[in-house]
Design a protein around this ligand. Structure first.
Ligand code: CP3
Length: 349
């Protein structure tokens, strides 16, 4: 059974594109495809907290499947959140609707770092169970597992919540590099453990979300962050699944990000995919990068933008179609269904 599933996923358009192999059509999925844009999600979530929902494998499976059924996308992405392994490692964190992750006692000293325990695989048994249940239901459709990257998680932990300028985070980075590196090292180890659990339970690909990394200069990224992200990605060298590495506002960082060890680099809408490939190098697939705001434009505009993204994606050895960031909650989901069908139609070989 396990071997059969693996064979099927190795042949999926998503995994083939990630490896730069020929595809039957350009694969499509959407970051945040599961969630508030779907009425069936809002109905299921009514009255249940985000982290409580994630602790229920039956609900996770249903929510993960919803966008696959509705849109016909080429991959499912596990319904979870980047703070899940942080909560499982002993930190008091909640996800507040309309705000995001809120950390009760922010981490700013060496003593604070010790409160973030080393994650054991058994701490996230419920995630492994959810992956097993979901992959059994998905059949041929690959499941993407994910984790938050060390910098993006550190930002929530140090700031105590979402931040625009990451001032406290950078204060720690510049002012106390030893504590900074100890924190990022722990976060890297835990992200690796978390991803290996998901792969072990059946995830066919993984994405490392470094959403807020665009706040850094290339020099600071290389010095304070890259080695930690690389530890996570290289730790999956023997895992046999493609690694996608994504951040927002990364135009100036793409060359360095390309060195961190992923197979696919996710690009936001600010950098055309052919320009991105010029910076990342010709040997890596790309993922992206329709501007999520386009989804609110007239259909003719959406269609023209989809064509442009596909054209620019041809510069890379493989292209996974996606948005440049997550689906906005206000999105009309029927537009996502149409975009999926359009990409399939335009790229069918
Ligand atoms: O993509 C998917 O469909 C899978 C689900 C997913 C969630 N979070 C569910 C979620 C994924 C991949 C994430 C990752 C995540 N979480 C990131 C990286 C991706 C990105 O968008 O850059 C980040 C930065 C977080 C932290 C976080 N969690 C934020 C900023 C928020 C939004 C807060 C809000 O209410 O606007 C969350 C909560 C969250 N995670 C929701 C969902 C569906 C919304 C909460 C809800 O539905 O009640």
């Amino acid at each position: 059974m396990g071997a059969m599933t693996t064979t099927t996923h190795t042949d999926s358009a998503l995994v083939r594109a990630a490896r730069g192999e020929a595809v039957p059509h350009t694969p499509v999925w959407f970051m945040r495809q599961a969630g508030r844009s779907l009425p069936e999600y809002r109905e299921l979530r009514a009255g249940i907290g985000m982290l409580d929902t994630i602790r229920r494998p039956d609900l996770v499976t249903e929510i993960t499947l919803q966008p696959v059924r509705r849109h016909g996308v080429d991959a499912a992405v596990l319904f979870s959140d980047i703070v899940v392994p942080i909560a499982a490692a002993g930190v008091d964190v909640d996800i507040v609707a309309g705000t995001g992750p809120v950390v009760a006692e922010p981490i700013r000293t060496t003593a604070d770092v010790a409160r973030l325990r080393r994650l054991e695989p058994t701490d996230v048994d419920h995630v492994a169970e959810a992956v097993r249940l979901t992959t059994a239901e998905l059949g041929d459709t690959p499941l993407i597992g994910f984790a938050g990257a060390p910098f993006t998680l550190a930002s929530y932990l140090v700031e105590g919540g979402p931040s625009r300028n990451h001032l406290k985070t950078k204060a720690l980075m510049y002012g106390d590099p030893d504590t900074w590196h100890a924190l990022l090292d722990r976060l890297a180890d835990n992200a690796l453990t978390f991803l290996r659990v998901q792969v072990g339970a059946g995830a066919a690909a993984v994405q490392l979300f470094d959403s807020w990394i665009g706040a850094l200069s290339e020099a600071d990224y290389r010095r304070f962050v890259l080695p930690h992200s690389a530890k996570v990605l290289r730790g999956l060298d023997d895992a046999g699944v493609p690694r996608i590495h994504f951040g927002v506002g990364t135009g100036e960082l793409l060359g360095a990000i390309g060195e961190a060890g992923a197979d696919v680099v996710g690009v936001d809408w600010r950098t055309p995919l052919d320009v991105a490939t010029g910076r990342i190098g010709p040997d890596k697939a790309v993922q992206g990068n329709l501007d999520p705001a386009t989804l609110f434009a007239p259909w003719e505009v959406v269609e023209a933008e989809v064509r442009r993204v596909l054209e620019q994606g041809r510069a890379a050895p493989g292209h996974i179609f996606n948005l440049g960031h997550g689906v906005p909650p206000e999105t009309d989901p029927t537009v996502l269904t149409r975009v999926t069908a359009l990409v399939h139609e335009l790229t069918a070989s």
